[in-house]
Ligand binder design. Structure first.
Ligand SMILES: C[S@@+](CC[C@H](N)C(=O)[O-])C[C@H]1O[C@@H](n2cnc3c(N)ncnc32)[C@H](O)[C@@H]1O
Length: 265
């Protein structure tokens, strides 16, 4: 009996799915804690629809698996399993978004394997991350395209999807900036056209961001607004060099950086 996602994927027959081999161990680790949960999963870009079948096999207690694809032939994808649903349309169009949310108003796992164009990737992250449940993960596949001109990218392109996700590294450290600026302003500084979306996305609930080759995994905090270094924990009774025990239980160090020219917005 296979329990690893990679084994189930490699053994899959039926509708076709297309994933890079280096993604599979990432999914093994990411998906395993969710395996027996009644998960709700959204995949943007399903093409031949095989990935939805693989997810349904790997998560036997799934509540809902929703796929979205702009290709009209995806309307022909049919599944005996009524818990798999395909929404045909542009994931970033209001009408499509409404149909996705009608299928499920929240998701534990969201995978963007859609157009791979920077604008679409950023827009779908800002649109669907708010619908991610606490402890859930948002995965973006094929970020290799962010380096390619044909996908509006380039190594030093400041508005590429990769540049956007790199900014989220600073966002999860917002409490250490030492300047009184809301986290979303870091995004709107380089990406002004996402202003309203960026302000509403709930950036303070991003727990972590991890990069793999061409893949980014953004995890949400278990509870809203939980993002913080937390309290200092000091244990042990023998401080031979420096006695730091009085710091036990204290919060993050605050540094006022408002006068720092390298921290100016
Ligand atoms: C790489 S394929 C998906 C492969 C699939 N996830 C799999 O595992 O086999 C990308 C798909 O994204 C779809 N797509 C492109 N732009 C889209 C958009 N704006 N909204 C939804 N789907 C989109 C394409 O039609 C295409 O079928």
């Amino acid at each position: 009996m296979n329990h690893r996602f990679s084994d189930i994927f490699r053994a899959h027959r039926g509708k076709v799915s297309d994933k890079w081999s280096s993604y599979l161990p990432v999914y093994d680790e990411l998906f395993s804690p969710f395996r027996m949960s009644p998960i709700r999963l959204l995949e943007i870009g399903v093409q031949n629809g095989g990935s939805l079948e693989v997810y349904s096999k790997f998560f036997p207690n799934h509540e809902k698996i929703v796929g979205c694809d702009i290709h009209p032939l995806c309307a022909r994808l049919d599944y005996i399993n009524p818990r798999i649903q395909v929404v045909v349309g542009d994931c970033n169009a209001d009408a499509t978004r409404d149909r996705i949310f009608a299928a499920s108003d929240s998701f534990d796992l969201i995978i963007d394997d859609g157009s791979h164009r920077s604008d679409d990737i950023i827009r779908s992250f800002l649109t669907y991350f708010p619908a991610l449940t606490g402890g859930g993960a948002f995965v973006v596949e094929d970020l290799s395209t962010s380096y390619w001109r044909a996908f509006d990218g380039g190594l030093f392109h400041t508005r590429s999807s990769m540049s956007f996700f790199k900014l989220l590294i600073d966002v999860i450290h917002a409490e250490h900036w030492g300047v009184e600026v809301p986290a979303h302003e870091l995004i709107t500084r380089d990406f002004p056209h996402y202003g309203a979306l960026a302000a509403c996305v709930g950036l303070q609930s991003i727990a972590s961001i991890a990069f793999h080759n061409s893949m980014c995994v953004i995890r949400k905090c278990e509870t809203p607004d939980q993002q913080s270094l937390g309290a200092r924990i000091i244990r042990g009774t023998d401080p031979t060099v420096v006695d730091v025990r009085h710091w036990d239980g204290t919060g993050p160090i605050r540094s006022d950086e408002r006068g720092n020219p390298n921290s100016r917005f």
